[in-house]
Write a protein that binds this ligand. Structure first.
Ligand code: GDP
Length: 438
């Protein structure tokens, strides 16, 4: 769950907002007398959004001279912990000089911020709300913590930072078998490899072991981890082993890819990266699966180090959409390279499930924009405000800002490549959605 910090100068209504979001009961429990607390924390709920909320309001009751100094330190810490910041101003009073240092801290953090113009019940304080624009923290939401007004708008503003409903069932579940498809051109050696992995004997034992001839999946276990293998045509082909004219239909490959979480594209080391191989990788990217490149028939290769270097270079150049996918030499026939293949599969699966906190993403975004600022379009610089990960499997990010419809695809590509580098996401497609006008 994300962490949301309530930030602002004293007396803007931070405590009231905290209580509103946490609910009276919890706030009272947390409110033990005699406990000095500079920060309060609670589990908050707004609609179906649940989050941890941190408030810096406790200090307001303090009488210490160094109040403002301590409050700034606390605010800095709260901002540091937060994924999202609610910056509260008083819409009736308007913007005071005291608001600015807090606004500056928030801006410097580069974290996503939602500006709340509080005490605006019944449309009061519109002038103050307009003044709030001058803080450069985006559009203010007219709000009343005391009267519970503006909650729907706050919900709207927070929603993009939460996983979409329905994502829960997609979560990584180690008790479920990991679904792996082995795909590749005919004769790449898929059947040979699969037989070697699961063991000839088991394969021949037939239905009792859960294997039927026309089934396209096969249950297996590797070092205690349940694996479900999907084959394109290999298994069925066993009934007509000599039929080597069989074409790989794209529909067949697509079906296996769609079933899978991780796809192994099996290349023949003696004829690697054929056109058909590249079309299969396109499917993997379109379907958003994780990729491992298996190089089969390694036993036939004379200059192994030389070829491996060459193939890794080719993979980077020919398959930029899944850059960094592990390249694993193996021999299905000799039974070598299967452990490294399985390790690569588990590793890329983990990468595919990666979730990156909004805080880390926005810290990175600030740096990425400094290193290479978005271009100007008709004299106006495109502004990216913040980003968040909306999904995993594969990692999917939403980027918010102004005029993003004008953002060149080269810049999006720059962002995707830098995300891949910075957060170590090799071998998985990366999705980015641009959300403009926020
Ligand atoms: P599929 O069409 O991808 O299922 O390919 P098969 O598994 O039927 O293999 C095609 C041919 O390649 C067969 O003659 C296999 O014996 C051979 N083959 C498969 N794997 C290897 C390997 O690792 N090394 C060598 N030398 N031959 C292999």
């Amino acid at each position: 769950t994300p962490t949301v910090a309530i930030v602002g100068r004293p007396n803007v209504g931070k405590s009231t907002l905290f209580n509103r979001l946490v609910g009276k009961k919890l706030a009272l429990v947390d409110d033990r007398p005699g406990v000095t607390r500079d920060r309060r924390e609670g589990e908050a709920r707004l609609g179906d959004l649940e989050f941890r909320i941190v408030d810096t309001a406790g200090l307001e009751e303090s009488t210490e001279e160094s109040l403002l100094g301590r409050m700034r330190a606390q605010t800095e810490a709260a901002i540091g912990d937060a994924d999202i910041i609610l910056f509260v101003v008083d819409a009736r009073v308007g913007i005071l000089p005291a608001d600015r240092p807090f606004a500056e801290m928030v801006r410097r953090s580069g974290k996503p911020v939602i500006l709340i113009a509080n005490k605006a019940e019944g449309g009061a304080g519109m002038a103050g709300a307009y003044e709030a624009f001058s803080l450069g923290l985006g559009d203010p939401i007219p709000f009343s913590a005391e009267h519970g007004e503006g909650l729907a708008d706050l919900f709207e503003a927070l929603m993009p930072f939460f996983p979409e409903p329905g994502d829960e069932e997609e979560e990584d579940d180690p008790n479920k078998p990991l679904k792996v498809a082995i795909v590749g051109r005919p004769n790449a050696g898929k059947s040979t490899l699969i037989n070697r992995m699961v063991g000839e004997e088991r394969l021949l034992t037939g239905p009792e072991a859960g294997i039927t001839r026309d089934s396209i999946s096969l249950d297996w276990e590797w070092r205690g981890r349940a694996i479900k293998l999907f084959d394109t045509a290999g298994l069925r082909k066993r009934s007509r082993v000599e039929d080597k004219l069989e074409k790989l239909s794209v529909a067949d490959a697509l079906r296996a890819v769609q079933f899978a979480e991780v796809v192994v594209i099996l290349l023949d080391a003696t004829i690697p990266f054929e056109k058909q191989d590249l079309s299969i990788v396109d499917l993997v990217e379109q379907e958003g699966r994780a990729l491992v490149i298996g190089i089969n028939k390694w036993d036939l290769v004379a200059d192994q180090p030389g070829l491996l270097k060459d193939l890794k270079e080719k993979a980077t150049r020919l398959l930029p959409q899944v850059r960094g996918a592990p390249v694993v030499p193996l021999s299905g026939l000799a039974g070598s390279g299967i452990d490294p293949l399985m390790k690569a599969i588990l590793q890329v699966y983990e990468t595919w499930n990666t979730r990156i906190s909004t805080a880390r993403l926005n810290q990175w975004l600030t740096e990425a924009q400094e290193a290479n600022p978005p271009p100007a379009v008709s004299g106006r610089r495109i502004k990216i405000r913040y980003m968040t990960q909306i999904k995993a499997r594969p990692p999917h990010f939403a980027i918010f800002g102004n005029q993003l419809d004008a953002l060149p695809t080269s810049y999006t590509r720059y962002l995707v490549n830098s995300i891949r580098e910075a957060f170590k996401l090799p071998g998985v497609p990366i999705r980015v959605s641009l959300r403009t006008g926020q």
